[in-house]
Design a protein around this ligand. Sequence first.
Ligand code: AMP
Ligand code: MG
Length: 421
Amino acid sequence: MPTAAPTEMISEDEARTQVLQAVRTSPSRSVALSQALDCFAAQDYFARLPLPAFDNSAMDGYAVVASSCQKGRPVRMIGEQPAGPDRKLRVSDGEAVRIFTGAPLPEGADAIVMQEDVMRHGTAIDVNVDVEAGEFVRRRGCDLAEGQMILARGERIRAATIALLASQGFAEVMVGGTVTAAVISTGDELVKSGQELQPGQIYDSNSVLLSALLLLCSVSARTVEHCRDDRQSLGDAIKRGMKNDVLIISGGVSVGEHDLVKDALLELGAKIEIWRVAIKPGKPFLFGWFESEKVYSAGETPGAPTGMMPVLHNCFIFGLPGNPVSAFVTFLQFVRPAILRMMGAKNLDLPQVPAKLAADLTNDGDRPHYIRGRLERGTFTPTGRQESHALFGLSQANALLRIAAGQSLKADEIVDIQIWD
Ligand code: AMP
Ligand code: MG
């Protein structure tokens, strides 16, 4: 017996809270560093080694005892230390070791003289500058101390993070689990790009939009399909899509006779937790889930016994309005944070920056309004028509400004902008 869908419109905050409470973090896994970009750390990591790991030279030059160097007094060269194995040389007063960037500092030496500041005569050098102890020496641990935290659980792994982990000898890193997703775009009016349009038809832009937005969350949609506005096709497409962790359906979630998604979901036993949210654009947003059992193989689930281990698996359903800007905004405000949480991220928000507003803006409506605009050199300028079908304006935008219901903002005011590009 299908349960009913909620009929009450809820606030944006309530919707986000409910979505984030419902979703679960996927089981963590170990990946090679080369595969870890944009994953989220599944545990804290600490430095195994100080950086630098030993005192070494910051220049190609000569390792000396600073106090024994005087301009015009020759210094005797006693050996050479390239980057690589420590030759265990020892420098005394009046002596120098030819040294190269990254090479271990010989015992007794406390400064490096750059080769540009030296005149060489066979096995002796004249130092042409004053030398101070510590010059051009990179001291052990001056960058990073052993035991210092280098990566916190939930933090996104960036190119520089990968380099830091590699510098510590980590070949693999524990990261949050993967998320599988399916996209269904609904609508009898939709035609795939590349095909001929008949009068009244439009090209399907949401399926590629949603696939691209998923990719920005490091999720590659497993299936992307178009579905007509009839119960049978919709039911069949949903059954295929619900094998994934996330099912995103565009269109057909509003109140018209051709909006069949909600009923099709209920008929298949979905639990619909949210339908209609006070957000503009995006009011018909729907959220729910299918509960089913998924079988993980032992290798897929860390700590699983040998053989197969059944794990309760939910497919989370996001029904996004068909208007492209509504689909875009609701993806960023609800789907993105949910996916990031599933992947083990700590920070679920879009990056926010302060910006100067280019024009007066008022929200006379009763829902918060996400204005699409362009942030350039610290100024936010709304782009194009602020209506939910206005794809061109969206394409010129790189940021969103949220104006609360009833709020008025003045030109030149400093406001917080959400960056998504
Ligand atoms: P719906 O939410 O199904 O009522 O659709 C609302 C509006 O969005 C209508 O003008 C649809 O033609 C349009 N629309 C729905 N799906 C798509 C899509 N995949 N690509 C572009 N426009 C769409
Ligand atoms: Mg439709």
